[in-house]
Design a protein around this ligand. Structure first.
Ligand code: ADP
Ligand code: MG
Length: 329
């Protein structure tokens, strides 16, 4: 009898968690608007905690906030990292190596020159770029145990992967609580799902049309995933009729312009999804396809400037016409 009452109570609590709808919040952190929706008995407390976590990470990892850990590093100090930040830093280094430097966490001297973090946009001279490019590259960041330091003049910017990492950390936190049934977190363009939607149907994640308004396609995902889109259309400036995007090829120091309008990556590891969406944008379709063939631990959707869409065979894509990426070259 006791067991039955216990079971019934659980069921009622579960139903209450779903029927009550989500706890919702909007915050501005990591340079973007974030919306959080969390279902389950612990939803209110979970959302309050998540807000604190996201603001806390922003305070530590921002390149512009006075006193942040990243600012201290960029001012030449060594800093000691917590376990979770050590995992973030070493994950960034590993992904930079794996992508042949297409993702470069030490690109800040160059991105700053273009004004992408300050909004004071301008096209730098080749001399300026030539002077700063030698300061970039992930080899400028040293991790020794939990101590991080930079080579003289080098500067760190984790902006290309920090939101994806934060999404995964947030999902792990929700999982650990045990009283949250599901959640969807939109950290700017980074979507992090957690668990199964209350009605059991998949989460529908729209891929923004890079050439205009509305949605170019829909990814249907069930469970805990990061769905991250990078694209030049998200932040750019124009000068003399040329569009300069905020995603920069670390080899040249110039904004990427290779026919790819956006890259969406679906992966259970948020750092990887976010870092790869940027890195694959830098690589261009052909090299990105080769990278996928070699790894196959993520799905991706590529939208070209021409409007053509390519997707990996496992991408749960619908509501658009697209071509499958060849399994072999
Ligand atoms: P967003 O953060 O705007 O969603 P991304 O994840 O693609 O988009 O990250 C782009 C940001 O990362 C840029 O604004 C810039 O600060 C930085 N960045 C640009 N190019 C690179 C690169 N090749 N490697 C690492 N960081 C980059
Ligand atoms: Mg990214």
């Amino acid at each position: 009898m006791k067991k039955t009452i216990g079971l019934l109570l659980c069921l009622v609590l579960l139903l209450d968690g779903c029927a009550a709808g989500p706890e919702e919040a909007e915050i501005y952190a990591m340079d973007t608007l974030m919306t959080l929706q969390v279902w389950g008995a612990g939803r209110a407390e979970a959302v309050a905690q998540l807000k604190g976590m996201l603001n806390g990470w922003d305070g530590q990892l921002s390149v512009t906030r006075e006193g942040s850990l990243v600012r201290q590093l960029n001012e030449g100090q060594s800093v000691s990292l917590t376990g979770e930040l050590e995992a973030l830093f070493s994950g960034a280094l590993a992904l930079s190596r794996e992508t042949g430097g297409a993702l470069d966490p030490c690109l800040y001297p160059v991105t700053r020159l273009w004004g992408f973090t300050t909004g004071e946009y301008r096209v730098p001279t080749q001399e300026e770029l030539d002077a700063l490019l030698p300061l970039t590259g992930s080899d400028k960041l040293t991790l020794s145990g939990k101590t991080a330091s930079l080579a003289p003049g080098a500067q760190l910017d984790l902006g290309a992967l920090v939101k994806g990492w934060a999404g995964s950390r947030a999902a792990a936190y929700l999982e650990g609580r045990g009283d949250v049934t599901c959640a969807i977190l939109a950290l700017g363009g980074n979507i992090q799902t957690f668990g199964t939607k209350p009605d059991g149907s998949p989460w529908q994640v729209g891929i923004q049309n890079p050439a205009g308004s509305g949605v170019a396609g829909i990814l249907s995902v069930t469970g805990t995933w990061a769905v991250v889109t990078s694209g030049g259309y998200q932040r750019y400036f124009e000068e003399d009729g040329v569009r300069y995007s905020h995603i920069i090829d670390p080899k040249t120091g110039y904004p990427v312009s290779n026919g790819l309008a956006s890259v969406t990556v679906l992966c259970q590891d948020g750092l990887r999804a976010d870092g790869l969406s940027t890195a694959l944008t830098v690589m261009g379709l052909e090299k990105a396809a080769a990278f996928w063939r070699e790894h196959r631990d993520f799905e991706a959707v590529f939208i070209l400037d021409s409007g053509e869409i390519y997707a990996t065979p496992g991408a749960p894509l619908s509501s658009c016409s697209f071509q499958l990426l060849e399994e072999a070259p």
